[in-house]
Design a protein around this ligand. Structure first.
Ligand code: MN
Ligand code: MN
Length: 293
């Protein structure tokens, strides 16, 4: 059984390798991927962003920004989180979602820490960056849920985004604490029971950046494969928002199987500075949350 530390590291490095693996095929269809790559299973860079092999994108970068803001203050500080997103955006990131950009600009304009409610701004930008909140608050579920929602709403104030962010947080926390796939399955079923639009069986085969599509793809891959590698390969070969799908399924599969289940060839390819930053931040977040590591 992996330890909490091995699971947390598995989740965070899983997210980063999923981002790096998926980015190559982001916005391609499954058919196009099959024609160009056969099965895409190596971290090669390229893609529409013309990445270096092992380079990561906004998914991992926003996590690191959020984690850095958490660690800079002894208490939870939402303003510091928003400031970290500003600093990240001003660093000219390789990619940024529209809703994220709009939300960060609104904060810059009026200082407000919550986007106005929106029925249509239901991208996956809030859910994809939430892992540091889960790790640091692993011992305190109510705090984890409240803070997940608060960071999400800096840019995304939408019921589907909220539900997905909170469900992923609950699932990831359950796995970090040693929970099983069956425990996660209950949480996913609970989401579908309350919000049937998230139903993922039979798999609807939609992979846009719409959070409902993303969740369905992530949950289908997570519950239908039994190794870390198979899970990520299945997920990113669906195409669409493949880096974010890869990141989120990497987060779950890494939390379930632990860091030792991540293929060594993928970790070796990951940008070394990012690899180091993720390891250091994972340790620091666990310590910050009062956990041994
Ligand atoms: Mn991305
Ligand atoms: Mn993406």
């Amino acid at each position: 059984m992996p330890t909490l530390h091995e699971r947390a590291l598995g989740a965070y490095l899983g997210l980063a390798v999923g981002d790096a693996l998926g980015a190559t095929v982001e916005f391609m269809t499954a058919r196009e991927i099959a024609i160009v790559h056969g099965v895409h299973r190596e971290i090669t860079g390229g893609g529409w962003l013309r990445l270096r092999p092992g380079q990561i994108t906004d998914d991992t970068q926003m996590c690191l920004a959020l984690g850095t803001a958490i660690l800079a203050h002894s208490e939870w500080n939402l303003g510091a989180v928003a400031d970290a997103f500003v600093e990240w955006m001003h660093g000219r990131p390789v990619d940024i979602g529209n809703t994220c950009r709009r939300g960060i600009r609104r904060y810059l304009r009026d200082g407000s820490l919550e986007a106005p409610p929106s029925d249509h701004e239901a991208g996956n930008g809030a859910a994809m960056r939430n892992l540091p909140v889960v790790i640091v608050n692993v011992a305190d579920e109510p705090a984890m849920l409240a803070r997940s929602l608060a960071q999400a709403r800096i840019t995304h104030h939408n019921a589907a985004s909220d539900e997905a962010t909170l469900t992923l947080a609950r699932m990831t926390r359950t796995l970090l604490l040693g929970g099983s796939l069956a425990d996660c399955s209950h949480l996913a079923e609970d989401l579908v029971a309350r919000h049937p639009r998230f139903r993922f069986r039979p798999y609807p085969k939609r992979t846009s950046g719409f959070i409902v599509d993303t969740m369905q793809t992530v949950l289908d891959a997570f519950f239908h494969s039994d190794s870390f590698e198979d899970c990520l390969v299945l997920a990113v070969n669906r195409g669409g928002d493949a880096d974010t799908i890869g990141a989120l399924v990497g987060q779950l599969a890494g939390a379930l199987h632990g860091v030792d289940a991540i293929p060594a060839r993928w970790l070796a390819r990951l940008d070394p500075a990012i690899h180091r930053a993720v390891r250091e931040q994972t340790d620091a977040l666990l310590r910050h949350g009062g956990q041994p590591c």
